[in-house]
Design a protein around this ligand. Structure first.
Ligand SMILES: [Zn+2]
Ligand SMILES: [Zn+2]
Length: 364
């Protein structure tokens, strides 16, 4: 039996659909038939040449935001990471990385193990079991990934963004903290930004201000609970600083969240934070993109800047509970706005890069 995968060779070139043999499952592994694989902003950075440097991991199967159905369960794998019994046919969400457990980061309980992609980006797709990335028909779950059974009543398209976008926002806002009544300003209203609004509201934010350059995303931001939306293409920097200043009695935002992935926003968004305010850097995951910033603004006004990547093991189950509990409150089913067949991944990638969709999913 063979399965398709979209293969990445180098930046700025189309992905190539190839077939690899579907692997046998070792006693401690799980083979999934993937259902949906989403295109995340960091996949776009990769295709545009700003992803992590791959030493030896070429050709590669990109993609990390996904969910699938258990096709074959290793003989030793009886439960998910919460101890819930697993069976073939169960749907699964899981971390797209596995911390090594032995490096300095792992030994001190910090997420972001530098070896967390060793079985994915560190290995070429030509090496068995081949299926280590999301843009493929199958996925081989090695031991060390956190796995969670999907609640029966959540649709695939509701849970495919859980292991990156939603979990990242739940963890990031937990790290920087949201206090009752906070004014939270979120730069970017794509998948992360929209989830961020809902998470901030549920954590007690008094008001969320959402900024983006697309009106349809800002409409969605309102549906997710943003009290104020600002189109950055239709306003000047001075106007935006003034609006946010006026809304906060001249004080500034308690918390600013960057989820737009471009350094152009850094200087302005840092200024928006109040004296002693918090600032979460999440979207600027790209390599080699620099932007001007006035560091004195952070120093003089004692602002706390936190960069956050990946999350801890407890987050995914909370994300799943969050969806079950609040699906009638927020339009989570609108995050995946468009789907394409896996074979049309290049078309899907171009469409995702256009900024027109909220989030694009590939049907694997
Ligand atoms: Zn992602
Ligand atoms: Zn480690």
């Amino acid at each position: 039996m063979k399965g398709k995968a979209a293969i990445w060779w180098r930046a700025h070139e189309p992905l190539e659909i190839r077939e690899y043999p579907v692997p046998e499952v070792k006693s401690d592994g799980i083979l999934l038939k993937l259902n949906l694989a989403n295109i995340c902003g960091s996949d776009i950075h990769f295709v545009e040449g700003r992803g992590p440097r791959l030493k030896g991991g070429i050709p590669q199967i990109l993609g990390h935001e996904m969910m699938g159905t258990i096709l074959k369960l290793g003989s030793e794998v009886k439960t998910d990471s919460l101890g819930q019994a697993l069976q073939e046919g169960d749907r699964l969400v899981y971390s797209y990385y596995s911390p090594c457990g032995r490096c300095w980061a792992c030994s001190t309980g910090v997420p972001g193990c530098p070896n967390r992609y060793r079985r994915w980006l560190g290995v070429p797709a030509d090496t068995p079991p081949h299926f280590n990335g999301a843009f493929a028909e199958y996925y081989y779950v090695h031991p060390g990934h956190w796995t969670f059974k999907v609640p029966a009543d959540l649709a695939n398209s509701m849970v495919s963004p859980v292991n990156c976008a939603l979990s990242q926002m739940i963890y990031s806002l937990h790290k920087v903290g949201v206090m009752v009544g906070d004014t939270v300003v979120i730069y970017g209203a794509g998948g992360l930004g929209l989830y961020g609004i809902a998470v901030a509201k549920e954590m007690g934010a008094g008001r969320v201000i959402s900024l983006d350059k697309r009106d349809h995303r800002l409409e969605m931001a309102k549906a997710f609970g943003a009290e104020v939306t600002i189109n950055v293409d239709k306003t000047s920097r001075e106007e935006r600083l003034e609006v946010i200043g006026d809304l906060t009695r001249g004080v500034g935002a308690d918390l600013v969240v960057e989820v737009c992935g471009t350094p152009d926003v850094l200087d302005e968004s840092l200024r928006v934070a109040r004296v002693g305010g918090r600032y979460a850097l999440i979207g600027n995951i790209n390599l080699d993109m620099e932007g001007p910033i006035d560091p004195g603004n952070a120093v003089r006004f004692s602002k706390a800047i936190t960069g956050i990547s990946v999350y801890e093991q407890w987050v995914i189950p909370r994300a799943l509970d969050f969806l079950v509990r609040l699906r009638d409150t927020y339009p989570f089913d609108k995050i995946i706005s468009h789907t394409f067949p896996l074979e049309e991944i290049n078309k899907a990638m171009d469409f995702a890069r256009s900024g027109r969709p909220i989030r694009v999913a590939l049907e694997c």
